[in-house]
Write a protein that binds this ligand. Structure first.
Ligand SMILES: [Zn+2]
Length: 326
């Protein structure tokens, strides 16, 4: 009888042990995301994509399309509607002789879901004081808001800030601002406030299209979204990357139909023409592109489909560089 109880108790113990993994599953959730940076090697250049965060844009901001088409394209790509998640990215380029930041993110100009470029830059191993050149794609708040800290003090103490002449002349002009509707006024003020400390210290410089800003980085005219909206052609050892700024705000819609514009485009017609011509060129040359509002890290290729329609093909996560023996 004693032996019988012994067998039962052993069986019971085995039975209870089979539930042990369930008990171990009760670990506290970590509830933090991975740091928002991604490194990419382009020839001898080290590119670090920096995540500023994401905002929810109203799909009604998209113009030159029908509600039915919009719904179809957003649904097809599983993108939210009427609120679509839109990333904000910046790119840090270490050329070996220069450390160049392309755009700065929004800082706190557009709420708490944005403003993480600085934090992610530090986590990625760089300090703003190391940056010698900041190039801005255009003077919208989500691209230059991060030039200064929360108290308006400049963050990039040793950098030259480079802005296209046409954007400089548009956004920093009181006369232009005065001729614009009231709802546009805050955007002019943001540009002026961000530029002010750098203008005062003579760190603010303008360039014209086609300028080589530092060896391996050239300004490319991409106007329409703003008068001086600029893309940057980056090249090292024959490898090329075009950082195209705000050519696309809604990847789910504007690759399939580059004829769709967004309310923020100052010149809608020109923005569409620029998007069509750059997409066509990038698809034909199979060049790598990066975009400030493409899903992070926002680096990938443009594939031509049919009848002026394109697809976005993001890069795959990869080790930084191949080492001997791999
Ligand atoms: Zn933008």
């Amino acid at each position: 009888m004693l032996k019988f109880y012994k067998v039962i108790s052993v069986l019971l113990a085995v039975f209870l042990m089979s539930f042990a993994p369930l008990a171990q599953a009760q670990s506290p959730k970590v509830q933090t995301q991975v740091p928002g940076y991604y490194r990419y090697q382009l020839g001898q250049f080290e590119i670090t994509a920096l995540y500023d965060g994401a905002i929810e844009l109203d799909t009604k901001l998209l113009k030159n399309t029908t509600a039915a088409d919009l719904n179809r394209l957003l649904s097809r790509m599983f993108v939210g509607n009427p609120k679509m998640q839109t990333a904000v990215n910046a790119y840090l380029i270490n050329t070996g002789s220069h450390l160049v930041l392309v755009d700065t993110g929004a800082a706190k100009l557009f709420g708490p879901s944005l403003g993480y470029v600085l934090q992610n830059m530090k986590t990625a191993g760089y300090e703003p004081s190391q940056v010698d050149t900041v190039v801005i794609t255009h003077l919208h708040g989500d691209h230059m808001g991060g030039l200064n800290d929360a108290s308006g003090q400049p963050l990039f103490s040793k950098a030259t800030i480079l802005v296209a002449q046409a954007d400089n002349d548009f956004w920093l002009s009181q006369k232009v601002a005065d001729g614009m509707p009231a709802k546009m006024q805050p955007y002019f003020k943001m540009a002026r406030d961000s530029a002010a400390p750098y203008l005062a210290s003579s760190q603010w410089k303008t360039f014209t299209n086609g300028s080589v800003l530092v060896p391996g980085i050239q300004a490319v005219k991409a106007n329409g979204h703003t008068p001086g909206h600029t893309a940057y052609a980056v090249e090292s050892e024959g490898q090329k990357l075009l950082i195209w700024g705000d050519l696309v705000h809604a990847h789910a819609v504007q690759f399939a139909n580059p004829g769709v514009s967004i309310e923020f485009d100052i010149d809608q017609k020109q923005a569409i023409a620029t998007r069509k011509s750059i997409m066509k060129a990038m698809a034909a040359s199979r060049s790598l592109v990066a975009g400030m509002h493409l899903p992070f890290p926002g680096i990938g290729h443009v594939r031509a489909d049919s009848k002026g329609s394109y697809s976005w093909v993001p890069i795959e996560f990869a080790p930084l560089a191949k080492t001997a023996g791999q």
